[in-house]
Design a binder for this molecule. Structure first.
Ligand code: FES
Length: 541
């Protein structure tokens, strides 16, 4: 510090606050975090702390290939080890794009020093020729129109500029908005923080407050292990259901829980989904955008609405309970945040399926699906892998129709590798031309939280390790029944056993480096896809 020009009395005796910044020019969603960091520092100084910013890996969805999910655990390790290795008393976690939030929470939970999170915030709503448009969800719909020739290159270029008009993360209830909201719901972020748009000056104001608060948290020894408990994680799950949040939250919350030895399971998600109404009218499940959600009262208004369902006494980074934090929360637009008495759907946004195709579970987002397809029986058309799907999906003819069930194998943690967002299989061009907008699609991959459709994801165990999805052949009959929470192929147990016996483990994608470590230690989707050696050794509950 002396080498950097600080006099010793500037830092001696003060809590040292690390500012763990995932800013990167390779991640537009997090590119305002330098400004956020400066505001956090002002708060730390003002409260008598000594702020020191440090970089970590940043994971931006738009550029990283094959998938950011391959690197979530690497970022979590970076965060954990840098917190642990440096002489820090507390840490502020600066997140934004999808994986940066769970990676930081996982790392901070393992390091377990006083920690508080602040996000980049959602970007502003887009506007194209009088039409309000969103990143992700509308982008995909408009791209389908481009694929089917309804709009051209010039319009597509114009749309890009209109959608991406500010920094910040995606402006729908995709994975980024879901995970930052759930960080707040579980108590790791100041009340109201997650919903403030990225360019809004109130984001910098709450950054300052976050900086002040972490200094107090150090004095209170308020660590993640006191905040992230089974009850607070259940609050996050309940909030996710009321938000119509991303399917990716299932994997990330299970992984965060695992860092503290808490066994959160798919059964917990299904149980809490059945008892939580879906209230948030934001895309991809609803109609509005994150900016509207913020102006309607944001996450505090939503959480106040579902307060009767939450564990109200959970401690948060404010040093107060959830119910104390929400005392002043108000809803200003009941069209965007519905009252508990008049939900958009009587159950939550996610459902967990089981059956002979997914013995260890699969996930579907019924609120973003076509209601008429939630009970469906159809013949499978199978893609053996993503490459084959890409080669075929735009062919002028495929032997499929609106009743077909598209199946894609080898999209899971080991098979893809890295568990990419390939699960939103594009609608085949020949069906788009016929005006068909949705069919049932099944894979062991994930999908972007901004996506929509009748899409079954996270099939476990995955096909690449011998899961039953791998035995499905074109022409087999598949039965989806979301109300009954089942997904089956109508094959006899003998036929399943016969086909399974022929399974040959594919050659691993990596034989060295981080990829090898990933393949050897990643757990399956239903276990959170954390590395087996990073989970807490001693269970807490
Ligand atoms: Fe970063 Fe959507 S691409 S949040």
């Amino acid at each position: 510090m002396r080498a950097a020009g600080y006099n010793s009395d500037v830092f001696e005796g003060k809590p040292v606050i690390g500012i763990c910044n995932s800013w990167s020019e390779l991640n537009n969603c997090n590119m305002n975090l330098r400004d956020v960091a400066e505001a956090v520092k002002r708060g730390v100084w003002a409260a008598g702390g000594f702020p020191l910013e440090f970089p970590t890996i940043s994971l931006g969805e738009t550029y990283i290939r094959p998938t950011t999910m391959l690197f979530r655990n690497l970022m979590a390790m970076d965060v954990e080890e840098m917190i642990r290795a440096n002489p820090l008393d507390g840490v502020v976690l600066l997140c934004g794009c999808d994986k940066t939030t769970p990676a930081q929470l996982m790392g901070a939970a393992s390091a377990d020093i006083p920690s508080i999170m602040i996000s980049s915030g959602p970007m502003l709503a887009g506007n194209w020729r009088g039409q309000r448009i969103s990143s992700g969800t509308d982008g995909r719909k408009l791209f389908d129109q481009y694929r089917s020739g309804k709009i051209g290159d010039e319009e597509l270029n114009e749309i890009e500029g209109c959608i991406s008009r500010t920094l910040g993360h995606c402006t729908v209830m995709g994975t980024a908005s879901t995970m930052t909201s759930l960080a707040e719901a579980m108590g790791m972020m100041l009340t109201g923080c997650a919903s403030i748009p990225a360019p809004d000056s109130r984001r910098l104001q709450i950054s300052e407050t976050t900086g002040r608060r972490i200094v107090e948290m150090v004095h209170e020894d308020l660590k993640p292990s006191r905040i992230i408990t089974r009850e607070s994680l259940e609050n996050a799950v309940i909030t996710c259901m009321a938000l119509g949040g991303s399917t990716n939250a299932v994997v990330h919350l299970i992984a965060i829980a695992g860092r503290l030895g808490i066994k959160l399971t798919l059964a917990d998600f299904d149980r809490l989904s059945r008892s939580t109404p879906y209230l948030t009218n934001v895309k991809p499940s609803g109609e509005y955008l994150m900016e509207d959600f913020f102006h309607s009262g944001g996450l505090p208004a939503l959480m106040k609405e579902i307060l009767p369902l939450l564990h109200r006494d959970c401690l948060t980074v404010t040093g107060k309970s959830i119910s104390e934090n929400l005392e002043k929360a108000q809803c200003y637009n009941a069209e965007v945040i519905r009252p508990l008495s008049s939900p958009l759907h009587h159950e939550g946004g996610l459902a967990i399926l089981h059956g002979n195709l997914c013995p260890n579970g699969a996930v579907i987002k019924p609120t973003a699906a076509s209601p008429e397809l939630l009970q469906h029986r159809g013949k499978a058309y199978v893609f053996e892998n993503h490459e084959q799907m890409e080669q075929q999906v735009d062919l002028d003819y495929l032997p499929i129709d609106r009743n077909t069930v598209l199946v894609m194998k080898n999209g899971g943690p080991k098979g893809a590798p890295g568990f990419p967002e390939w699960g939103w299989l594009p609608m085949p061009k020949m069906l788009l031309k016929q005006g068909v907008k949705d069919i049932v699609r099944i894979s062991d991959a994930r999908m972007s939280g901004t996506s929509f459709g009748t899409v079954v994801l996270h099939v476990a165990p995955e096909s690449a390790i011998g899961g039953p999805l791998g035995i499905v052949q074109t022409g087999d009959e598949v039965v989806l029944d979301v109300a009954a929470r089942t997904l089956n192929v109508t094959l006899s147990p003998d036929e399943i056993a016969k086909r399974s016996a022929q399974f040959v483990t594919p050659k691993p994608h990596y034989d060295r480096g981080y990829g090898k470590l990933f393949l050897e230690h990643v757990t399956q989707a239903d276990e959170g896809c954390d590395f087996d050696f990073l989970r807490a050794v001693e269970p807490n509950s």
